[in-house]
Design a protein around this ligand. Structure first.
Ligand code: G6P
Length: 360
C-alpha cells in the first residue's frame, strides 16, 4: 500500500530521515541561487528577521550567524508581535521572513508592514508560489519537499542551511572573513549531511532515551549561545507531539527562576558541544543535578570527557561549533519523536495544532 510513508510509521519519522538529502539539496541549491539574486550584500545596514514557531527558532539561530560571521546587526521578532511594537526600521533596511508554508497569517501581515515601511523583502519558504514568496522582492526556497508532519523537522534544518549560507555569503561580500575561512565553513557545511546520517544511526539509543522520559511531569532543555534557540526548539518539538510539559532555557538563566521547577528525576537535556561555553553550560547542569535532576548531556566525544558522575550522555559526531545547530536539531527531533511514540500520540496530527495557521 502506498500511503506515502514508505516504511515509516509516521510522516514525521520519514521526514526526520530525509534530512540527509534535504539539507544537502538545500546547500547546493542555495549556492547556485545566491550567485543570481539581486541583493546588495554589502550595503544593508541592519537585518530584521520575523517568523513564527519553529521558523522563529531558525531566525534566532540566524541572528548568531549574521552577527558573529557577517558582522551585521540583527533584530528578530515573532511575527505576531512585530508590527504592534512599532519597530524602528532603518531606511532601506532588509527584512527577512521565514516560513515553511509561506502562508502564515502573522508572518504575512508582518511582511506587509515591513513593505509599507520601505524595507526590501527577502523570504525563505518551502512552498514555491506561496503568498509570502509572491509578495517578496526576493524569495529563496528550501529544498525540503512537502512536509506533512505538523511538527516541523526537515523544513527547519533546510531553513538553517539557507541561513548559514546567506550569512557566510554576506560575510564574504563584506570582506569580514578571509577566503580560507569561507572555504572551511563551506566544507563543514558539505560534511553535515554525512554527520546527520551518523546521528540517525544512533536512533536505537535515542529511542530508549526518548521512551524513558515518558512519565516525567516536566522536561527541560538548556543550552548557551547558538544552542539556546535550539533548546527552545527541542522543547517545542516535545510539547507539540508528546503533550509533555517542556521548556527550553538559556542555561545561565535557569537559576533565575526555572530551577524552582526541578524535582528529583526531572529530565534536563543539556545541549553541550565542545564550544567555548561548554564549561559554563556543564556547571549549570551540575546546579540542576544537585537538585536531583536527571541530566542528559547531548554532546560529542570531546565535550563529555569530564562529565560529573551520574550524568547520562548522547554522543554526536564532531562538527564546526558554529554549524552544530543543524546537526543537534536532528537528535532533538528523534528524542521528541520517540517520547511521543512511547506515549502513543498521533504524531503527525497532534491535537489543537495546524500545519499552517492562516488566521492572526
Ligand atoms: C504552525 C505550525 C508550526 C510552525 C508555525 C510556523 O503553528 O504548527 O510547526 O512552525 O506554524 O509556520 P510556517 O509555515 O510559517 O513556518
Amino acid at each position: 500500500e502506498d500511503n506515502g510513508k514508505d516504511d515509516h510509521q509516521f510522516f514525521m519519522h520519514k521526514e526526520i530521515h530525509q534530512q540527509v538529502a534535504t539539507t544537502r539539496d538545500t546547500f547546493h541549491h542555495t549556492q547556485h541561487c545566491l550567485l543570481d539574486i539581486p541583493l546588495d550584500f554589502e550595503q544593508f545596514q541592519r537585518l530584521t528577521i520575523v517568523a513564527c514557531g519553529t521558523s522563529y527558532y531558525a531566525a534566532m539561530v540566524a541572528k548568531y550567524w549574521f552577527e558573529q560571521i557577517a558582522k551585521v546587526p540583527v533584530d528578530i521578532d515573532v511575527a505576531s508581535e512585530f508590527r504592534y511594537r512599532e519597530p524602528l526600521l532603518s531606511k532601506n533596511g532588509l527584512a527577512l521572513f521565514i516560513s515553511q508554508s509561506g502562508e502564515t497569517a502573522d508572518t504575512l501581515a508582518a511582511l506587509r508592514y515591513a513593505k509599507a515601511n520601505d524595507q526590501t523583502i527577502l523570504s525563505i519558504v518551502n512552498v514555491a508560489g506561496s503568498t509570502i514568496a509572491r509578495e517578496s522582492n526576493i524569495s529563496l526556497q528550501t529544498q525540503a519537499g512537502p512536509e506533512i508532519g505538523v511538527a516541523s523537522t526537515k523544513a527547519f534544518t533546510a531553513q538553517l542551511a539557507i541561513l548559514a549560507k546567506l550569512a557566510i555569503h554576506t560575510a564574504h561580500y563584506r570582506k569580514v572573513i578571509d577566503v580560507k575561512e569561507v572555504k572551511h565553513l563551506l566544507n563543514e557545511m558539505n560534511a553535515l549531511p554525512g554527520l546527520i546520517d551518523i546521528t540517525l544511526g544512533i536512533e536505537d539509543q535515542i529511542k530508549v532515551l526518548g521512551a524513558s522520559i515518558k512519565d516525567a511531569k516536566h522536561a527541560f532543555f538548556i543550552g548557551r549561545g547558538i544552542n539556546y534557540p535550539l533548546a527552545m526548539e527541542g522543547a517545542l518539538k516535545l510539547k507539540e507531539i508528546s503533550y509533555m510539559h517542556a521548556e527550553g532555557f538559556g542555561a545561565g538563566e535557569l537559576k533565575h527562576g526555572p530551577i524552582a521547577l526541578i524535582e528529583p528525576g526531572t529530565p534536563v537535556f543539556v545541549i553541550a558541544p565542545d564550544d567555548s561555553l561548554l564549561e559554563k553550560t556543564l556547571s549549570n547542569a551540575e546546579e540542576v543535578a544537585a537538585r536531583g535532576a536527571r541530566c542528559i548531556i547531548i554532546g560529542n566525544q570531546a565535550s563529555i570527557r569530564n562529565l560529573p558522575e551520574g550524568m547520562e550522555h548522547l554522543i554526536l559526531p564532531p562538527c564546526d561549533n558554529r554549524l552544530s545547530p543543524i546537526l543537534y536539531a536532528v537528535a532533538l527531533q528523534l528524542i521528541a519523536y520517540h517520547a511521543a511514540l512511547a506515549l502513543g500520540t498521533d504524531v503527525d496530527q497532534p491535537r489543537n495544532l495546524a500545519k499552517s495557521v492562516t488566521v492572526e
